[in-house]
Ligand binder design. Sequence first.
Ligand code: COA
Length: 161
Amino acid sequence: MLPKDRPELIKILRNASEFKASEVVVAEEVIDSHLHDPNGSGYYVLIAEVASSVAGYICYGPTPLTDGTWDIYWQAVAQGKRGQGIGGVLTKAAEKEIRKARGRLAIIETSSTQAYEKTLHFHIGQGYEMIARIPDFYSLGDDKLILQKRLSYPDGRKEKS
Ligand SMILES: CC(C)(COP(=O)(O)OP(=O)(O)OC[C@H]1O[C@@H](n2cnc3c(N)ncnc32)[C@H](O)[C@@H]1OP(=O)(O)O)[C@@H](O)C(=O)NCCC(=O)NCCS
């Protein structure tokens, strides 16, 4: 991501019906943290471009105090460009970078509400497995779902079973 991508990306986040205004504020803070210190903030951001316009993004970073676990924090594709494979390309690009950094486990957290049903389907389609559920985490009736994917190392070595 470059500073010039920020305005278009913020527009995508503000137009995403799934996100509450308070969530967009946090997403923006994280993006700004990355732009301020791309290598030291702990947040990495990749942008997908279609015809030189920002079409989506993914934000991820190493989980503090772990050895090789990474969080995929945020991901969004412009409302009119969903379902065309852009989200899948972003996930794969982030996983490639995580592997290069010798990451072995990618974690995604999401909500159990109906608004995120398609999102859950998307992550499962990308090979993520639901490994935990915390009832009423976000609010009463809105559980936190934790998904994981084990990643292999660039030299072909697999995660120990
Ligand atoms: C989730 C999201 C990033 C996926 O990106 P995408 O470019 O739409 O996904 P792809 O085209 O690569 O993959 C398509 C799959 O995603 C799923 N999907 C999720 N949301 C979708 C949507 N709004 N429209 C179409 N497909 C969607 C479909 O089920 C589809 O699976 P299928 O091919 O088996 O039908 C995107 O839809 C989005 O921005 N959603 C809203 C924000 C969000 O939930 N972000 C994740 C939490 S931070």
